[in-house]
Design a protein around this ligand. Structure first.
Ligand SMILES: Cc1ncc(COP(=O)(O)O)c(C=O)c1O
Length: 356
């Protein structure tokens, strides 16, 4: 990550910046197909919100919290204004806890993955180590922190529960931390979540309401950790961070099992359809004579196309009014899941690409 003049990391680009992109390509907003994020195209329907919830200062919503305990299967949980808020706070929590300078402590982060983790630890002065494959006990030092994005965004790589449990045991013996970002876990069946293990003081699990429930705008997420950490994180936060209407909507969404099952099924079906379309376009040869440097991976909330001409394709798609995410390494495009209507537009755009 290249630093700014003051040593901090630059602001990161994540997708979802349609206003800016539309202006750059001089195409009106309404003409774009925006598949630049990993947010579900189908959102939990917004219920009628009682007026007093808008009017009052937000209070901790106990009914929402019990719904979260039930949905995530843990008692050790706290609501936050998006999982991003926790990512930004964990380095301060660690520094408050340990009497050591940050630069002597190694933080292992996936080489390819949501870069806000790296930004937070880097800016707090920790020593950054990037991994392609999970670090083994031989390379981990005392107090090491390992961040795992599971499934990974944008590669979709999924670490199995058993692998992470073993890593947790190693980190516990080193007095370190395992941080598992499960922002995209809701579509993995059967779940490989580690959230039921957060009685362990060396484990933090982050969850997001934005992706699976398609409600990124309400800014709600959760952190699961040992109660002593939850208390300390609450001390680091300021009052009224999570607004009342967002808590009200989240309570309904977390309780609605019928909607959740239907959402899972729809996302899986739509993502399979997207993968097939990408394969037809970019890997058209059934006989395995396709370019081996082109691959498609992902999960039920996005599909990622690794392609040697990713940057050129990104620009070409933008000129057609198709906005996807050019990954940080500039070697891949991440496609959000299109709903039925968006799929038709995408299929047309990709057919134009195939014929040009
Ligand atoms: C892997 C990952 N974790 C966390 C976040 C933050 O999500 P939120 O703050 O909306 O919960 C994102 C957002 O894109 C993400 O990709």
């Amino acid at each position: 990550m290249d630093n700014q003049a003051d040593g901090s990391s630059p602001l990161l680009v994540h997708g979802g910046q349609l206003n800016e992109v539309a202006q750059r390509y001089q195409i009106p907003l309404e003409k774009w197909l925006d598949l630049s994020t990993g947010i579900s195209p189908i959102n939990y329907p917004i219920p009628a919100i009682p007026e007093n919830i808008w009017q009052q200062l937000p209070q901790p919503n106990q009914a929402m919290l019990s719904a979260a305990k039930n949905y995530y299967g843990t008692q050790n949980i706290s609501v936050t204004s998006g999982s991003q808020a926790v990512i930004a706070r964990l380095p301060a929590l660690y520094l408050n806890h340990i009497n050591q300078p940050a630069n002597g402590i190694e933080v292992w982060l996936p080489e390819v993955g949501y870069k806000e983790h790296e930004r937070a630890w880097h800016d707090a002065g920790f020593t950054i180590k990037n991994y392609q494959h999970l670090p083994t006990c031989e390379v981990l030092s005392r107090y090491a922190i390992v961040v795992v994005i599971n499934p990974n965004n944008p590669t979709g790589e999924l670490q199995q529960q058993q692998t992470l449990t073993t890593l947790l045991t190693t980190l516990e013996s080193l007095s370190g931390w395992l941080i598992v970002d499960e922002a995209f876990m809701d579509v993995i069946t059967p779940s490989q979540s580690l959230i039921h293990l957060t009685a362990n003081k060396h484990l933090f699990v982050l969850r997001s309401i934005g992706k699976f429930f398609g409600l990124a705008g309400i800014r709600i997420g959760f952190v699961s950790a040992h109660p002593s950490w939850i208390n300390k994180l609450q001390q680091l936060s300021s009052p009224w961070e999570v607004n009342g209407p967002a808590q009200f909507i989240t309570e309904q969404a977390l309780k609605n099992k019928v909607w959740q099952v239907a959402q899972q099924q729809q996302l899986i079906a739509l993502s399979i359809r997207l993968e097939a379309l990408l394969a037809k376009t970019f890997l058209p040869n059934q006989d395995k004579s396709n370019d081996p440097s082109i691959t498609i991976s992902g999960c039920g909330l996005f599909k990622t196309l690794v392609h040697p001409q990713a940057t050129e394709l990104y620009q070409k798609f933008c000129c057609q009014g198709l906005y996807v995410r050019l990954c940080d390494e500039k070697n891949a495009l991440r496609f959000g899941i299109p709903d039925q209507e968006q799929y038709q537009i995408l299929a047309k755009s990709l057919a134009e690409h195939s014929h040009s």
